[in-house]
Design a binder for this molecule. Structure first.
Ligand SMILES: O=C(O)CCC(=O)C(=O)O
Ligand SMILES: [Fe+2]
Length: 339
C-alpha cells in the first residue's frame, strides 16, 4: 500500500540546473502526501549513528535518574513512558533552544548530566538539520513561486526563539503489553500533526503510520536505511493556504507491537516566534484551520500557537520547575509543541 510513497533523491539540489526539478518534486510530494523520504541527503550517516547510539545509552539509564529532569518550557528535558496526556508508551528526550543554549547557565539544571559532555555534538547535529530544513524551505518558496522568495529562510533563523528542537525517542520493547497491568495506557504515539514548519524524522526501525492522501486509511511509512522521512507541520500548511499538507501520523501497538523496540529522532524546524501566520501564496485565503483541534486564526504568531498547544497538551502538569530558579533569558521562552 505504501508503494507510491514519494522517495526523492536530493543529491543534486545545489546544482542550479537541477534545483527547480527537485523543488517541484519535493513540493508535489507535500501537496499530495505531506510526507516524503529524502534520499542522498547531506547529513553524514556517521553523525546520525552517533546520535542514535548516545540516545540509546541515555534511555537505558535508570528511570528515576532520567525522571529528575522533566521537560521545561525551554523544551529541554526528559519525559518517560505513560507520562504525557495520551499516556503513551514512549520515552522522549528534548533538546530545544538556540545554538549554545543546552549548556547555558539558565538551562544547566534542565539538561540531564549524561548530556553535558555531549551537548556540543547534539548542537552540531541540530545545526546540520537546520541547514537541511532551510534548503527544503527554499524548495517550497521556489516551487510555490512566492512573491517573497526569502520569506521562509528569513523567518527561520536558527538563533532566534526556541522553536528548533531535536527530540530523541525510544519506544521500548516490553515482555508484556503494558495495559495488561497498567490502567489507562494509550498507544505509542497518538495521532497528530506537527505544529511547526518542517520535521526531519530519523528512524531506526519501522512502525510509523501516516494518513493516506485520500484521508481514508493509515499507511505504514516505509523504512529505508539512510533515508530521512520528512513531514510538514501546520504552520507551513497555513502559510501555503493549505496547498501543502500537514498530515496526521501515529505509532500504535498494532504497527509496533509491545515486544518490538523503535528508536527515532525528530528535528522540528519551526519559524521564529514573532512570525505571523497567514497565507502568503498569492490568491490563497485561509478562513478556518485547525492544529490538533485548536483553531488557528490568521494573524496568530508562531509563538502563540506553540504556547497554546503546549498548554493544551500538558495543562497544569506542565511546570517550568527548573526554570523558575534561573534568571530569565530573552528570546528563548517559546515552548515547542509536544505530543
Ligand atoms: O517516532 C516517530 O517516528 C514519530 C515521531 C513524531 O511524530 C513526533 O515526534 O512528532
Ligand atoms: Fe509528529
Amino acid at each position: 500500500m505504501s508503494s507510491n510513497f514519494p522517495i526523492i533523491d536530493i543529491s543534486d539540489l545545489d546544482s542550479p540546473s537541477s534545483q527547480h526539478r527537485i523543488a517541484d518534486q519535493v513540493t508535489q510530494a507535500c501537496r499530495e502526501w505531506g510526507f516524503l523520504l529524502l534520499k542522498n541527503h547531506p547529513i553524514p550517516p556517521g553523525n546520525i549513528d552517533e546520535m542514535f547510539s548516545l540516545s540509546k545509552t541515555f534511555f537505558s539509564l535508570p528511570e528515576p535518574l532520567k525522571a529528575q529532569y522533566p521537560i521545561t518550557s525551554n523544551s529541554i528535558g526528559y519525559m518517560g513512558s505513560f507520562q504525557d496526556r495520551g499516556k503513551d508508551d514512549k520515552m522522549s528526550m528534548w533538546f530545544g533552544g538556540v545554538p549554545g543554549s543546552l549548556l547555558a547557565a539558565q538551562n544547566r539544571d534542565s539538561l540531564p548530566p549524561f548530556w553535558h559532555e555531549h551537548a556540543g555534538k547534539v548542537e552540531a547535529f541540530k545545526h546540520q538539520c537546520h541547514g537541511l530544513v532551510i534548503k527544503l524551505l527554499e524548495c517550497f518558496a521556489l516551487a510555490l513561486d512566492l512573491p517573497d522568495r526569502k520569506f521562509f529562510a528569513g523567518a527561520h533563523k536558527e538563533d532566534v526563539g526556541n522553536g528548533n528542537s531535536l527530540r530523541m525517542l525510544l519506544y521500548p520493547a516490553r515482555p508484556e503489553k503494558p495495559n495488561s497491568h497498567l490502567e489507562d495506557v494509550g498507544s505509542r504515539m497518538a495521532a497528530h500533526t506537527d505544529s511547526g514548519s518542517v520535521t526531519l524524522l530519523f528512524q531506526r526501525a519501522p512502525g510509523l503510520e501516516v494518513m493516506s492522501p485520500n484521508g481514508e486509511e493509515w499507511i505504514k511509512a516505509p523504512y529505508i536505511e539512510d533515508c530521512i522521512l520528512v513531514n510538514l507541520g501546520d504552520a507551513l500548511s497555513f502559510w501555503s493556504g493549505g496547498q501543502l499538507k500537514a498530515t496526521m501520523h501515529r505509532v500504535t501497538f498494532d504497527g509496533l507491537p509491545h515486544d518490538r523496540e523503535r528508536q527515532s529522532m525528530a528535528y522540528f524546524g519551526a519559524a521564529n516566534p514573532d512570525t505571523v501566520l497567514q497565507p502568503i501564496v498569492q490568491g490563497e485565503k485561509m478562513e478556518k484551520y485547525y492544529s490538533n483541534g485548536i483553531e488557528l486564526v490568521p494573524g496568530i504568531t508562531v509563538g502563540e500557537l506553540s504556547r497554546t498547544i503546549m498548554r493544551d497538551i500538558y495543562g497544569a502538569a506542565f511546570q517550568p520547575t527548573k526554570e523558575k530558579k534561573a534568571p530569565k533569558m530573552e528570546g528563548a521562552r517559546q515552548a515547542t509543541a509536544v505530543v
